[in-house]
Ligand binder design. Structure first.
Ligand code: PLP
Length: 397
């Protein structure tokens, strides 16, 4: 297996197409649903990726908060290789060991009772919404303004941006309330509400951290109204905010938690975990998925969790996140938000232009709006790498 030094010394990857050919063929062969940056990536290691010409980039997008252990972490690669030689897929018609080991690990990490595996963040939200109906018999959902919970038809109903929802109506649309506003939440939750769904830190919105006490108040409101509380930690899970899960900053335990993104080191997996009473509401046949929690992806997830523990990435996220925010505040004192290594920065500049400029200078960053950039690097990022990207952002502004 290649180590990091060998990867750094690698020749540019040779692929069968040149960049323009690839872009043209992409436009002809693939649905045009994505706005892509003008770069073809070929390999990666840690917080670095390289393009077709061998140009190096510091990756402060991390596959949108997926590559928490860095690109191609040797232990994750090893786990995938060795499991791939034994058993890749079986379906859930049969028992496999890795799925059980992973569920037990996730139970310990989250304090939940049972896991339901799926393949993406949106699917984990779908599972939570279906379980809400099963457990409460109610379909009304309260969600937050600016919330992002995914693009499948159920999850889309709880996603705030009307441009995403409008073309696909009718949906089961949530009642939306301003995030971080206890009174608004209290007024919106009624006896008809099945669940309140919240991101403990809003990610796609541009990184909004609620006031201390907001999530606790949400818990109380749900208890009083006898409805369920779902925390969507698809983006904030697995050390991203400087805790294993962002809920730990508040000390609040939800009834369900949705996870995906970083869980399996870059392979697609989602999981919804629920507390005991709620988890019992799903009966045999109520929900399912062919690929969910297969032996290969579960092996990758177990290895990923092992790396997060061994390399103390949760603690590093807390420390380096504080460092990143401090350095960014030197550029713009009042425009920085975040928790651990999920950081938002508001700028007067056109952030789409800024993303392009940073790319040219060797940094992958991402804008969540016209005037906001979001930095979500791998948790293995070093202070030196942070310095370089902050410099690039400074120059690009
Ligand atoms: C909080 C949250 N929930 C759900 C999703 C949807 O996840 P996926 O893109 O894996 O379907 C996202 C994706 O960004 C997210 O940030």
């Amino acid at each position: 297996m290649k180590n990091q030094k060998q990867i750094l010394a690698m020749e540019p990857e040779v692929i069968s197409m040149d960049k323009n050919d690839l872009k043209k063929r992409e436009s002809e062969a693939i649905f045009q649903t994505y706005g892509r940056q003008d770069v073809v990536l070929t390999h990666g290691a840690g917080a670095l990726v390289w393009d077709l010409d061998g140009k190096e980039y510091l990756d402060f997008v991390a596959g949108i908060a997926v590559n928490n252990v860095g690109h191609c972490h040797p232990e994750v690669v090893m786990a995938i290789k060795s499991q791939a030689e034994k058993l890749i897929h079986t379906s859930n018609l049969y028992y496999t060991e890795n799925q059980v080991l992973l569920a037990e690990e996730l139970k310990k990490l989250t304090g939940m009772k049972r896991a339901y595996f799926c393949n993406s963040g949106a699917e984990s939200v779908e599972a939570a919404l279906k379980l809400t109906r099963r457990a409460t018999g109610k379909s009304m959902i309260v969600a937050a303004e600016r919330a992002f919970h995914g693009r499948t038809l159920g999850a889309l109903g709880a996603t705030y941006k009307s441009a995403y929802r409008e073309p696909f109506r009718p949906l089961n649309e949530a009642t939306f309330v301003p995030y971080n506003d206890v009174e608004a939440l209290k007024n919106a939750v009624t006896g008809e509400t099945g669940a309140v769904i919240l991101e403990p830190v809003q990610g796609e919105a541009g990184v909004y951290v609620p006031d201390q006490g907001y999530l606790k108040a949400a818990r109380q409101i749900c208890d009083d109204a006898k409805c369920l509380l779902i925390f969507d930690e698809v983006q904030t899970g697995f050390g991203r905010t400087g805790k294993w899960f962002a809920k730990e900053h508040s000390g609040v335990q939800p009834d369900m938690i949705t996870l995906a993104k970083a869980i399996a080191g870059g392979l697609p997996m989602g999981v919804m975990l629920a507390c005991e009473s709620v988890s019992e509401a799903f009966q045999k046949g109520d929900h399912g998925s062919t690929f969910a929690g297969g032996p290969l992806i579960s092996a990758a997830a177990l290895a990923t969790i092992g790396v997060i523990k061994k390399e103390k990435l949760v603690e590093r996220s807390m420390e380096n996140g504080a460092y990143l925010r401090k350095e960014l505040e030197k550029l713009h004192p009042r425009a920085v938000r975040g928790q651990g290594l999920i950081v938002g920065l508001d700028l007067d500049a056109d952030c789409n232009l800024l993303v392009g400029k940073a790319l040219a200078k060797g940094a992958l960053i991402n804008s969540t709006g016209e005037h906001t950039i979001r930095l979500i690097p791998p948790l293995v990022v070093t202070k030196e790498q942070i310095d370089k990207v902050v410099n690039i952002i400074g120059e690009s502004i």
